[in-house]
Design a protein around this ligand. Sequence first.
Ligand SMILES: C[S@@+](CC[C@H](N)C(=O)[O-])C[C@H]1O[C@@H](n2cnc3c(N)ncnc32)[C@H](O)[C@@H]1O
Length: 430
Amino acid sequence: MKTYNIITIFPEMITSVFKQGVVSKAVEKGIISINPVNLRDYAEGRHLITDDYQYGGGAGLVMKPEPICEAVSALKEKSDTFVVLLDPRGIKFTQKTAENFATNYDNITFICGRYEGVDERVRELVVDMELSIGDFILTGGEFAAITAIDSIARLVPGVLGDETSADDESFTTGMLEYPHYTRPAEYKGLKVPDVLTQGNHAEILKWRVDKAIEITQKHRPDLLHINQLDIESRKKICAEQKRGLSKKLKLNVALMHYPMKDKQGDIVATAITNLDLHDISRSCRTYSVEKYYVVTPIEAQREIASRVINHWMDGFGSTYNPNRMEAFSHTELKSSFSEVILDIEKRHKKRPLIVATTAKPDRATITAKHLGVISEQQPVLLIFGTGWGFADEVLETADYIVEAIEGVGEFNHLSVRSAVAILLDRITEI
Ligand SMILES: C[S@@+](CC[C@H](N)C(=O)[O-])C[C@H]1O[C@@H](n2cnc3c(N)ncnc32)[C@H](O)[C@@H]1O
C-alpha cells in the first residue's frame, strides 16, 4: 500500500477532496492510504499556535518550526517516509516527478505551508525535497499537495482500473495527446474524422501519432524531445521548427569596442580583432541574427575592418569562399551605439529592447530562454563587450541583463566569440 501523509492546519480540506472519484475508490480498496495530519495536534500552549510573527518585521506570519518537526518525527516513528515541502522555491512538479513518486516511494509526507510559508529551519531539519507545482502563488500548500497526490496516485497500479489507460496520455509520451471523439459521428456539421470510423487500426495509430505531433508542435513545441521520436517525425519537426524560427527572430547583436573599461577601470576604445569579425559573423548568420554590428568610434579601426569585410564580400574572397561572403552579408560597422539603435529603429519603427551580457551570474535579470520568446515579439539588441567590460553608461541603457554562461569549474573567462555562440544557441533553443 502507498501512504500519503499531509501535514496541514486544514485536514478537512484534504478529506473532503478525496471523498469522491477514482482516488477514493483506491483508498477503499486499500491500494493507497491518504492520511491528513492535523498540525495543531503537535502545537503547544493553550491556543495551539502554529504560526508567529517574523523576525525582522514584515506583515505576514510564518509557520513555526516545532509543530512541523514534531509531526514529521511522529510519522517517522511509525514508518520511514520521504518528506516533501510544497513551496514555490521547489523543483517543478511534472509527469516525470509523478511517475518517480508512484514507482519508487511507498510513503510520502507532504508539508503544507500557509501565510508567508514555513520557518526556514524546517527545510534543513526535516525536508528531503522541495516541490513547486508551478510559477504562481497559492494561499496554501494543501492545493499543491492535492494536485500532486492526485497525479501520483492515478499512476499506482490498480488505481485506474485499466492499467494501460495512463500509458499514452499527454506528457507520458513526451508529447500532448491526440484528439478524442465520441458519438454522435456528426454534430452541428462537424464530422468525426473518417479514419477513426473505418476500423483500420494501423491507419488509426498513424493518424493519432501525426495529430499528437501536430498538436504538440503547435501548443507546446518545448516538449518535443527529439530522441523519443522516430527518424521520420524527427526530420519533419526539425525542418518545421527551423523554418518557423528563422522567420520569427528579431534579434540583433552588437560587439562594443567603446566605451569599455580597461584593467584599471579607465574608459578606453579596444581594438577590433579579425577572429571576432569572422567568427561572430558566422555564428550570427547561423542563428538568423538580423544584423551583427561592430561598434568603434576610431575611424582607422573601422577602415581596417571594412577592408577585411570587403575582401570577402566583393574581392577575391567572395569567389574563393562564397559561404564567408554570406556570413559577412549581415555585418555592419558603426561608429556609435546610438547609430546602431537608429538603424534598428528605422527597420522596425520601434526602439529595440537593449539586453546587455555579463560574465557575473548575480547581475542577470532575464534568462536566455525568456529572451528567445521576447525576441520573437519585438526587436532586441544583444550587446557584448570587449576589454574589461562595459562602461557603466552602457549598462545603464540596458533594459535587461541576460543570464551569464557558467562553466563547470572555477575558471570562467570565455572569449567573446564563444560567449556569442553559446548565448545564441541558448536563446534560440526550442
Ligand atoms: C502564500 S504562499 C507563500 C509564498 C512565499 N511567501 C513566497 O513568496 O514564495 C503559502 C504556501 O502555499 C504553498 N504554495 C504556494 N504556491 C505554491 C506553489 N506554486 N507550489 C507549491 N506550493 C505552493 C506553500 O506551501 C507556501 O508556503
